[in-house]
Design a protein around this ligand. Structure first.
Ligand code: NAD
Length: 511
């Protein structure tokens, strides 16, 4: 096991061992199958995790519900103080936790640390929210009446997360849900179980120090079956699901069947539109990170470059040069010189190979890359493909790998049309210097995505805004702005202090 190698001693700093328990409900106890966690950089086993059995899930859900009665009664600022302490505990473990994310997920260390920083930022955001959660007062049409909106916690919620942001996505949900007064059961991806155990140990340490029930933040490592059990559980008032569109659609339907709430953060198929007046230096420096960064494994990775015909040849040739420049910087994500790490699993490498082969079969031209890199681990070349129609099924599908399709456009209107013609609606960006075109892009006939950028990559969001997308991306919003509303229920309250009954709309009923 890599955990025994002194090179990876940071794993011990996080309280991890050779064999870890993947279930926490106040106690660490699991009875399910034992799984191994692999490093995508070399295919070696890092350590083992015992996952949840069906009855372990049941114990988590029951403990989460018990803990909720206590947690919901704490004043929001007191809950905010706990979240503040979680932020501080994460600051203390920033380096080892970042290294673990890099080792187990495969993204490069600066991005892995950035992901932990994102959780810290959302703790800061949630702390402020805990002292400013609003409730509006409306004027009543009836004398001696007041109309107010009261927001209450939902109860226990389920958080199901994807492999590619194993810390941040949990953080976005957990920090906001905690100040809103919800408890949670977290089902992480079963290919990043060590990150989930390490994060939960950090949260547990804060809860314990403050004598708060651990089940406020329960953990249930497991696969699809545990996910399904959670989705069908009426105790889980909200299911926040991050993952592929195919699974998210099933989850949405299942949760709707029981009239639960869902928050869906699903797949993307993000485009950069290159306007005729785009600043190409700006575009090129953004496009490398947008298309090839994180080895194409961000939901917001740029998968389509829609380039004005005037600039098409220049953009493709300069992009090829910048892709060529990173080939020597593909490697172990923990090393400081590395810019691109591996894909997460052998299955992802297969999907990459299939997509490249299919693109060639359909007449596409591999302008750059297209091959698996012969070395240990799951490495592929970042790839540029031209010559496919803008609406071909391949271009309209999300392949979770570093493949970008370059497509020529005659004008901005066509760029917007192509941007919007895919099922997904997560992120988009326009490169332009024209103010009028910026407003066209962000207006009613512009991009139909949840994230509509100008002169920056499609990826790399900040926590202050609401994050999420439209259409097959699921419609959910997390993090900043008013995303907290998804974690609370709203009551419209009318209080009569007039001493007489008066009906709305001045209706007279009887005397
Ligand atoms: P995935 O859909 O395979 O798995 C996501 C989670 O769902 C995992 O925890 C998995 O165990 C669980 N799961 C699988 N089947 C389930 C079922 N039937 N019921 C309940 N849970 C089930 O996704 P992945 O490969 O881990 O992640 C990559 C995908 O996630 C990409 O499509 C990416 O775009 C998307 N993603 C979206 C966002 C966003 O915010 N929109 C963020 C990150 C990733």
């Amino acid at each position: 096991y890599l955990i025994e190698d002194p090179k990876y001693s940071f794993l011990k700093d996080l309280g991890l061992e050779n064999k870890n328990v993947g279930v926490f409900n106040g106690k660490w106890e699991a009875h399910g199958q034992v799984i191994q966690s692999f490093s995508p950089a070399n295919g070696k086993v890092i350590a083992e995790v015992q996952t949840a059995s069906s009855s372990d899930y049941e114990a988590c859900a029951a403990a989460s519900q018990d803990a909720w009665h206590y947690w919901a009664e704490l004043p929001a600022p007191a809950r905010g103080e706990i979240v503040r302490q979680i932020g501080d505990a994460l600051r203390e473990k920033l380096q080892p936790l970042g290294k673990l994310v890099s080792l187990e997920m495969g993204k490069i260390l600066p991005e892995a640390i950035g992901e932990v920083v994102e959780y810290i930022h959302v703790c800061d955001l949630a702390l402020g929210l805990s002292r400013s959660l609003p409730g509006t007062v409306f004027p009543s049409e009836r004398p001696g009446h007041i109309l107010i909106e009261k927001w209450n916690p939902l109860g226990p919620i389920g958080i199901i997360t994807a492999f590619n942001f194993p810390v941040a996505v949990f953080g976005w949900n957990s920090a906001i849900a905690m100040v809103c007064g919800d408890t949670s059961v977290w089902k992480p991806s079963d290919t990043t179980p060590l990150v989930a155990v390490a994060v939960t140990k950090i949260v547990e340490s804060v809860l314990k120090k403050n004598d708060i029930p651990g089940a406020v933040a329960a953990l249930c490592v497991g696969g699809k079956e545990i996910g399904q059990q959670l989705v069908q559980d009426p105790r889980m008032k909200l299911v926040s699901f991050t993952g592929s569109t195919a699974v998210g659609q099933q989850v949405g339907v299942e949760v709707q069947k029981r009239f639960g709430r869902h928050l869906l953060e699903l797949g993307g198929n993000n485009a950069i539109v290159v306007n005729s007046d785009a600043n190409l230096d700006l575009l090129l420096s953004a496009a490398l990170f947008a298309c090839a960064g994180t080895a194409g494994q961000r939901c917001t990775t740029t998968r389509r470059l829609l380039i004005h015909k005037k600039l098409y040849n220049e953009v493709v040739s300069r992009l090829k040069k910048s892709f060529a420049g990173v080939i020597s910087k593909i490697g172990d994500p923990l090393l400081p010189e590395t810019l691109i790490g591996p894909l997460h699993t052998p299955a992802a490498v297969e999907a990459y190979k299939r997509t490249v082969a299919e693109a060639v079969k359909q007449g596409g031209k591999i302008e750059f890359g297209g091959k698996v890199i012969e070395r240990e681990g799951f490495f592929v070349e970042p790839t540029i493909i031209t010559g496919l129609p803008h609406d071909s099924p391949l271009v309209k599908n999300e392949c979770f790998a570093p493949i970008v399709y370059c497509i020529e456009i005659p004008d901005l209107e066509t760029g917007i049309k192509y941007n919007n013609e895919v099922d997904q609606g997560l992120s988009s960006s326009l490169f332009t210097e024209n103010l009028g075109d910026v407003f066209k892009w962000i207006g009613p006939h512009g991009s139909d995505c949840g994230i509509v950028n100008v002169n920056i990559p499609t990826n790399g969001a900040e926590v202050g805004g609401a994050f999420g997308g439209e259409k097959a991306t699921g419609g959910g919003r997390e993090c900043g702005s008013d995303s907290w509303k998804a974690y609370m229920r709203r009551a419209t309250v009318t209080i009569n202090y007039s001493g007489a009954i008066k009906l709305a709309q001045n209706i007279k009923f009887g005397d």
